[in-house]
Write a protein that binds this ligand. Structure first.
Ligand code: ARG
Ligand code: ZN
Length: 877
């Protein structure tokens, strides 16, 4: 059943207060709710509609009187009271069984402790309630539980009372002073310990910060705490936004569907984004923790104080908050080149995951018009493309203009549930700009293609750039209207330096980079006083989420690759050089032609590798070849094995040609001494480990010894894991290494995840090997991190094996989508999406994939989650 944005109706009743009482018991938790409602003058209906799922209704009273069946209507998902009075107090008692809740939505048990996850629609699995984000109320929560088993009782806001109940039970009463939608409700009842700290805000007010974890993990909370303090400071400084509570808690839980959740004052996190020390966490894990701690903290203003009117507006909070966490991470590094490295990572994510989504059967606009299951719309489009859309405001309005827009947004909407349009209006009004056309970024799906052509007139000394845009059709959107696209441009002279630009826009004379605003289908922009034909650097800093087409010559790309002052485009030039060759090599593999790599390309790679004026982190990124997935996206008909062989050939050839330089970089970028996750050290490790991985392609004994030594002596997980991965990929015998790694870390769940993940993604691991790994005692489908580590890293991270010619891995996929769906529909639906791009493969593979999809679709009792994904995949695009 599809839900449409156009069908939005305001709630018939508004809620002022909610009092919740929990008698917590894993098998039988009693939830008593007392809700005061009043009729919403904006609604014609006098029916109270409450949502409820997987609940047993024990008792229902309206204004003191018990309602009998017949005085209300109960469907599978709603409880309706018709023709209600204007002012209503509802008292509802329900029963749930948290220990049986494998969906990890609502109230559930993880490792013997109670946790909740209510976004998007989990609150309705806790009690009957108008579970929609435009119903905002004040909550008071009373928790009762066995004291020995659950010594810690937490909920949103402030702790106002606690004590003993006799019979070994105790209680805690929490009050959240802020109105909130039900999706921000949370409770934790658990045996946990915390790292805590009093922290002084810029205003001088003191707050209590806590990071709660299981007892054995108290040695892994420092970085999360530090990241939280940095986040608080950053939001004060960059946006003038202060923490509005006296207490802010982060709680880590091992069973969690997503990354983390911004519940008011009580953020609940996947352990993956909290726990770190140098022994168990990699540089990438540290960066993830900083970003996610920031993200959830920043939601306190962008999401919680101002929330979404309905779930179609999800990107209002997610796109904006991702943008904020991206800016936070960039500012934490502090240098221009560090900032650029974070930007390049963002571009890679878009190309790896968002562009394919935008071109596939699940394509949707940043503000969707319809959905079947909202949990399927926590996507890279809503999050990452949404962040790009927010970034474009800043590119168009400048940092100060963007800040003015943010200020006006809060001035207008604090305490409200609003729409994406309200954010756009605040940006426009605060800057006196017409952003009407910009709306199309919210309403039209698909990745726009911008085609550039240039013309140099030596006599007039002008350089013209003509930009033409079009956007491929997507489901339900045949023809699209032109977008408002900021295209940042610089021009390089023959010496590699930026020209000072003189354009028709008089206010931007003399700049190295100008932002051209493409609003029509085709526009020409003229640059004056250009003494010689320049090399254009177009879409600097990836100023818009588009595909840029320009017929660069190799010479131009090499020029940009060695000189562009814009690091993103400098990196981009390298990617274009590589991609061109990878596509040719792939065709050569497929048609049995001989393979070769030109000396020019090798020389360019060499020059970059040894360029000491560049950050190691940048060099590492510039040397990573486009992924197999990104190569596949460029092809008419995808042949995964050919892509894999072509890319391997390029890697092998580069490794052989650059061996002395790689070895030198390996030694030059060691990070001796105490581990530190700072960007410079992490960049050195990244470059060193990239060098190692190259050296281990067709290795001699000396290289193997190097990797084995690093594996044995590494003082941190980054180096240890990198050495093991390099060894696995080298094809050498690694049974012993895998065994000892497992032995060392078998009690560290997040490291065991890595152990499964690195095997799942290795090109030597076929589906039979994955099935074998599933028999390992540490494997379970019930824990999302574990399921993802093995299964998703195989289906999404090992394309040449997943797309085995006999279709056996697709059968494996179908089997596990079905198995997972019975436990956890959200996780199952994510796995289901591995098949999104099935129509792009060879006819033989397509036939196998179609059969697997049909097998899932034909399964009785599928969740809405999986049904939506597979039926859209079978239907089109
Ligand atoms: N709002 C959370 C975050 O980004 C994501 C929670 C989504 N959960 C879900 N089950 N759909 O930051
Ligand atoms: Zn978020």
């Amino acid at each position: 059943q599809t839900i449409f944005r156009k069908d939005y109706l305001p709630p018939s009743y508004l809620v002022d207060t909610v009092e919740l009482g929990f008698d917590l018991d894993p098998a039988r938790t009693i939830v008593a709710s007392r809700v005061t409602l009043r009729h919403n003058p904006a609604s014609k209906s006098r029916d109270i509609v409450l949502h409820g799922e997987a609940l047993e209704l024990v008792q229902l009273r309206l204004n003191g009187k018990t309602l009998r069946p017949g005085q209300y209507e109960l469907s599978g998902s709603t409880l309706t009271i018709r023709k209600a009075p204007l002012a209503v107090v509802l008292e509802i008692e329900t029963l749930t069984a948290p220990v049986k809740n494998t969906t990890l939505s609502g109230l559930y048990v993880s490792n013997g402790n109670f946790f909740t996850q209510c976004e998007a629609e989990g609150f309705r699995r806790i009690t009957y309630f108008p579970d929609r984000p435009d119903v905002m109320a004040k909550y008071t929560v009373m928790l009762r539980a066995d004291k020995a088993l659950y010594p810690v009782l937490l909920s949103n806001g402030n702790l106002i009372e606690q004590g003993e109940l006799g019979d070994g039970r105790h209680y805690a009463k929490w009050e959240d002073p802020f109105k909130k939608p039900s999706y921000l409700f949370a409770l934790v009842a658990a045996r946990l310990v915390c790292q805590e700290e009093r922290y002084t805000l810029q205003s001088g007010r003191e707050v209590l910060l806590q990071v709660w974890v299981e007892e054995g993990n108290l040695d892994k909370t420092d970085y999360a705490m530090q990241s939280l303090k940095n986040s608080i400071r950053w939001d004060e400084q960059r946006f003038g936004l202060e923490l509005d509570l006296d207490r802010f808690m982060i709680v880590a839980v091992g069973d969690f569907n997503m990354g983390a959740m911004e519940n008011k004052g009580l953020n609940i996190f996947n352990t993956k984004f909290v726990l770190a020390n140098s022994r168990v966490a990699t540089d990438i894990d540290y960066a993830g923790i900083e970003a996610v701690v920031g993200h959830e903290y920043f939601h306190n203003w962008t999401g919680n104080r101002v929330t979404c009117r309905d779930w179609f507006q999800l990107s209002l909070k997610e796109g904006l908050t991702v943008f904020r966490d991206q800016e936070f991470s960039a500012d934490m590094i502090g240098t221009d080149s560090g900032r650029a490295v974070t930007r390049i990572d963002q571009v890679r994510t878009l190309r790896q995951a968002q562009f394919p989504e935008d071109a596939g059967p699940m394509a949707h606009p940043v503000r969707p018009d319809s959905f079947v299951e909202i949990n399927n719309f926590y996507t890279v489009t809503i999050y990452e493309k949404g962040a790009e859309v927010v970034r474009m405001y800043q590119t168009l309005l400048g940092r100060d203009g963007f800040r003015k827009g943010m200020d006006l947004y809060f001035e207008r909407h604090d305490g409200q549930a609003v729409e994406c349009d309200d954010f756009r209006a605040a940006m426009a009004d605060a800057n006196g700009r017409d952003l009407g056309q910009f709306e199309r970024w919210y309403s039209q799906a698909g990745t726009p293609v911008v085609r550039a052509e240039t013309n140099y007139d030596a006599i007039a000394r002008t350089f013209d750039i003509t930009l033409r845009q079009h956007c491929p059709a997507s489901a339900g959107q045949e023809h699209k209207l032109p977008f408002h696209i900021p295209v940042a441009v610089g021009l390089l002279g023959a010496d590699g330096r930026d020209l000072a630009l003189s354009t028709d826009a008089k206010d931007r004379q003399g700049q190295a980079t100008v932002v051209l605003e493409l609003t029509g289908e085709e526009q020409t922009f003229r640059f004056h006083d250009i003494a010689e034909r320049p090399t254009p650097s177009i879409l600097r800093d990836f100023s818009a989420p588009v595909v840029l087409e320009y017929d660069y010559t190799d010479a131009e790309l090499l020029h940009l690759f060695s000189h562009d002052s814009d690091p993103v485009n400098r990196w981009e030039a390298g990617q274009r050089l590589a991609m061109e060759r990878l596509l040719k090599l792939t065709t050569a593999v497929a048609t049995g032609k001989p393979l070769a790599l030109d000396a020019t390309f090798i020389a360019a790679q060499r020059a970059l590798l040894v360029d000491e004026t560049l950050d190691p982190a940048f060099r590492e990124l510039a040397l990573i070849l486009p992924s197999e997935t990104i190569i596949a996206e460029q092809m008419e008909v995808v042949e995964p094995q050919a892509i894999h062989s072509a890319r391997q050939f390029m890697r092998r050839t580069l490794a052989a040609a650059l061996k002395p330089e790689l070895l030198a970089q390996y030694h030059a970028n060691q990070t001796p001494g105490a581990y530190s996750p700072d960007a410079l050290s992490a960049g050195k490790r990244a470059l060193k480990n990239l060098a190692l991985s190259y050296l281990l392609i067709a290795p001699q004994e000396a290289e193997l010894a190097l990797a084995r030594q690093q594996f044995a002596e590494a003082g941190n997980m980054t180096d240890r894991a990198a050495a093991l991965v390099a060894l696995i990929h080298s094809g050498a015998e690694v049974g012993e290494h895998l065994h000892s790694f497992y032995q060392d870390f078998e009690h560290e769940a997040l490291v065991v995840d890595k152990w499964f993940a690195m095997q799942a993604a290795a090109p030597g691991t076929d589906v039979a090997a994955v099935r074998k790994l599933m028999e390992h005692p540490a494997f379970t489908l019930k824990n999302p991190n574990r399921a993802r580590s093995l299964i998703f890293n195989f289906t999404n991270g090992n394309p040449s094996q997943f797309h085995a010619a006999d279709g056996s891995a697709y059968e494996f996929w179908a089997e596990h989508v079905i198995k997972l769906d019975a436990l956890n529909p959200q996780v199952a639906a994510r796995l289901a999406r591995s098949m999104d791009r099935w129509r792009r493969y060879t006819p033989a593979l397509q036939a196998h994939m179609q059969r697997a999809l049909e097998r899932v679709a034909a399964h009785a009792r599928l969740s809405n989650d999986v049904l939506e994904v597979v039926s859209k995949a079978l239907a089109g695009a």
